[in-house]
Design a protein around this ligand. Sequence first.
Ligand SMILES: C[S@@+](CC[C@H](N)C(=O)[O-])C[C@H]1O[C@@H](n2cnc3c(N)ncnc32)[C@H](O)[C@@H]1O
Length: 249
Amino acid sequence: MQKYSKNKIWFLGRGFEEYILMFDLDISNLSNCRILDCNAGSSSFTTHMNQKGFDVIAADICYGKDPEEMEKISEKDFFTLMNAHKNLQDKVEWVFFKNHKDMVNYRIKVYHDFLEHYKKVKKEFYVESKLPKLPFLDDSFHLVLSSHLLFLYDDRLDYDFHFNSINEMLRVSSKEVRIYPLVSLRSHYKSKFVGQLINDLSSEYQVKVQKVNYHFRQGAYEMLCIQKNPKHEDKCRLVSRDIIKVEGK
Ligand SMILES: C[S@@+](CC[C@H](N)C(=O)[O-])C[C@H]1O[C@@H](n2cnc3c(N)ncnc32)[C@H](O)[C@@H]1O
């Protein structure tokens, strides 16, 4: 089995229901929205959203690979992480998941759903891209989501990478960028970059830290919302709400 490495950025994905909570999404307001899931990994958000008729594209550094190789990477990273996770019980709260077994079963379904979709529609929905650059035109999306890369891995990705990646997400978004979580991997506290980023972005954008209803990693109860002033009004409404009906959970 692959050894757990403290320097690796893992190719693991959260599920559709987790995304709804992590980003405080109200999908009834997203029908006219084009969404980008940045550094999406083996998440099933794009899979489920497209099956429900929403317009979502996923981007990740790994998406150039063919489906067979992607399956191998997904499985290797999944089993290594789930094994390592047994020793991290003090870092998580059993709220979204009942227990370790519940989490493992849920995450198996997530990456299987992702792989099935990736095999069928890789070219259309899964775009290879390496932050801090994105291969999309300005204002291509209404909403850009990014989870479990920025802030979390602040011990191996420096401030410039964070600043440039967020500015690139803002370039391709006409409305808003949401980032979750704000904690770094080795603590329950906000990443050292959060304060400086809010400072550096606030002169040009509306930036706020917002509580979310997703509870798993201790301390990871907030997302960062960065809003642009829209150049023109369109039908997309990105409204959050406090109580979200989560399908399937
Ligand atoms: C822990 S996963 C997060 C996946 C998903 N967003 C989630 O929340 O479950 C981190 C992802 O970031 C991707 N990644 C790492 N460096 C990247 C970069 N420079 N550009 C784009 N993606 C990157 C990895 O391939 C991996 O899929």
